[in-house]
Design a protein around this ligand. Structure first.
Ligand code: F6R
Length: 613
């Protein structure tokens, strides 16, 4: 949520900053801005910012925008609407200081009042502007001291980068709760809130921890704490393929990421299956068999789609390990003074590893002495680092706001966890082997679902015409319906409501008519007959049906005049089928949004990685 880039070195900063912002735009895309320190002894600060996309900013950048030191920002509005004034960078009004900031300053109102009382004219509605003024008004000797003084006054979260005209050779950055990564080049240095903005230039990086600051000059970096004492941060080379951050020939990142699911699933499985004992190996969990046996309950925490997959995961744990398990939105959990039990295993699930509600839930559990493991995609992210252990998802970078491949790997991660928990309990070796074989088949079957894209495109085009839709499922199928509805509304902006199929007749059936399609999840399991009966109730009321099921599932004699489309996905083991059904729904959502001409990677009002509460 919001993106930061910074550059200091021998090249012109503006083109590099704009390129970097383009790569971070999924994190916020309602406004963008850059600031550079111009050449010459007077090192003038130049700022350009505006509401809209990075490309709008690039097109209107003033001709004279030279400078080899600069910072840039792409915004997702929190304080004040998305307009030119509220866009970052923010300045101190004298043209000395420029600040870009991610996060939220909780005591901004008090600081604003204090500055206004002191005669400062604040021009924006943002919390960030106070930082520019605090730094600008500081009488400290060095920029490092000025920034350290300012952040010491701030309560809240920040990743920030600061330019000052009196210190034209450097950028000072600070981190507390919002990621910042330093990129190390050859006589040039970068900083960014996400690796995506760095990998084209360097894979040598250093991570800042919360409470730390750093100075970047062309020749290197120096990290320190708020009391200015030095702290050592070693550089490391990250093993990433810069091409993984490009959409390649795909029309969107979401399309690319959906199609990457078979190989992503192979990666999360690699080296983790044990055919002989019908179990999984999850070294990162750091729990031996005795500790695994001592677990009496599993509680899954995540937000949005990660929460819905968490519901699928809790179902898998109950089914395979017979341990009571449930999922709850992390955002709700931590506000109800949760009871933390010593024999409960808490599982935090997150693609970004940054979602603040999930992070704060993890911190709350650990503060009370609970044990949390993470199912996280981004290596080294805040949630991954806060957990006691975990399972990395190895989905690769996910850029589209709507999560697809990370979500599939979350499901597979849960299957691996449930298998291991089950096999130290009562799950038989034959059932264990059955599931291992099922997981081994899964990547290829994901490919088979994706191969149905042409047929699903046509169907999705028709669904896109409906203003309102139901997505229904039962037990294993219900979280599939919830996730399907979430994807659909997120990118098509249609009203898609998820319901338990069994609950339709207790109220929502009143809404069914020819204009309201029902997408029904009908797995081949012990509930098939009951599901099919509900389809008949919908069809009898003229409701169009899209049945997502498996070949051979008998839907009975639906009325001849009923509108019924059928999507058959391959069968795996019934415990693993939910993810195959989910991927079919991704394709429906994607092509509905495409038919409506939406900007699929950047749905309105949203952004990747929700780092604010
Ligand atoms: C939906 C979506 C969001 C995220 C949610 C959690 O497609 O992407 O609902 O799943 O914001 O994000 P992470 O997994 O990064 O914690």
């Amino acid at each position: 949520m919001c993106g930061i880039v910074g550059y200091v070195g021998g090249q012109q900063a503006a083109p590099l900053l704009l390129e970097g912002l383009g790569r971070l735009e999924h994190r916020g895309y309602d406004s963008a801005g850059v600031a550079v320190l111009g050449p010459g002894r007077e090192s003038r600060l130049r700022v350009a910012k505006r509401a809209g996309r990075v490309r709008d900013l690039a097109e209107r950048l003033p001709k004279r925008f030279a400078g080899k030191v600069g910072v840039g920002h792409t915004r997702w509005a929190t304080h004040g609407p998305a307009n030119d004034v509220n866009a970052h960078p923010h300045t101190d009004g004298k043209g000395d200081v420029a600040v870009v900031h991610n996060g939220i300053i909780d005591n901004a109102a008090a600081l604003r009042a204090e500055l206004t009382d002191a005669g400062v004219d604040l021009v924006s509605d943002t919390d960030t502007e106070v930082l520019a003024h605090l730094i600008g008004r500081s009488s400290a000797e060095s920029l490092e001291e000025k920034v350290a003084e300012a952040v010491a006054r701030v309560e809240g979260t920040y990743g920030l980068a600061v330019l000052h005209a009196a210190y034209p050779d450097r950028i000072v950055v600070a981190r507390n709760g919002s990621p910042l990564i330093i990129g190390i080049g050859d006589h040039e240095m970068f900083v960014a809130s996400d690796l995506a903005a760095l990998v084209r230039y360097t894979t040598r990086v250093a991570h800042l921890d919360d409470g730390e600051l750093a100075t970047l000059t062309a020749e290197g970096f120096h990290t320190f704490r708020q009391d200015l004492s030095a702290v050592s941060r070693a550089a490391e080379t990250v093993d990433v393929d810069p091409a993984a951050y490009d959409a390649g020939d795909h029309e969107s990142y979401m399309h690319k990421e959906m199609l990457e699911q078979p190989e992503a699933a192979e990666r999360v499985l690699r080296g983790r299956l044990d055919e002989r004992f019908g179990t999984s190996h999850l070294g990162g969990l750091d729990l031996d068999a005795r500790e695994l046996r001592a677990i009496r309950r599993v509680k899954v925490l995540g937000c949005g789609s990660a929460y819905y997959v968490g519901e699928m995961g809790a179902g898998l744990v109950e089914e395979l390990a017979r341990i009571p398990a449930d999922a709850e939105p992390a955002s709700e959990f931590r506000y109800r003074n949760p009871i933390i039990e010593p024999d409960t295993l808490y599982v935090a699930v997150s693609q970004s590893g940054e979602t603040v509600d999930t992070l704060l839930a993890v911190q709350e559990i650990r503060r009370k002495g609970g044990r949390v493991v993470g199912l996280v995609n981004v290596v080294g992210s805040a949630i991954a680092r806060e957990c006691d252990g975990g399972i990395y998802l190895h989905a690769g970078p996910e850029v589209a706001v709507a999560s697809t491949k990370a979500l599939t790997n979350m499901f597979v991660g849960f299957a691996l966890l449930a298998l291991q928990l089950g096999r130290v309990r009562d799950l038989s070796i034959s059932d264990g082997r059955r599931l291992v074989a099922g997981l081994q088949r899964l990547p290829e079957q994901l490919g088979e679902v994706l191969a149905q894209e042409p047929a699903l495109t046509e169907l999705a085009g028709r669904l896109a015409q409906a203003e309102n839709l139901f997505f229904v499922g039962r037990v294993r199928g219900y979280p599939v319906a919830r996730e399907g509805a979430q994807k659909f509304k997120e990118i098509s902006y249609r009203h898609a409501e998820a319901y338990q199929t069994s609950e339709l007749k207790h109220g929502p059936l009143a809404l069914i008519d020819a204009s309201v399609p029902t997408v029904a999840i009908v797995p081949d399991d012990e509930l098939t007959e009951r599901n099919v009966a509900a389809l008949h109730e919908v069809a009898a009321r003229g409701g169009p049906l899209v049945v997502v099921t498996h070949a051979g599932v008998d839907l009975g004699d639906l009325p001849a005049q009923a509108s019924v489309d059928r999507v058959d996905v391959p069968r795996n083991e019934r415990e693993l089928d939910p993810i195959l059904l989910t991927v079919a729904l991704q394709l429906l959502a994607y092509h509905a949004a495409a038919a409506l001409g939406h900007d699929i990677d950047k749905p309105r009002n949203l952004a990747k990685s929700v780092t604010v509460e």
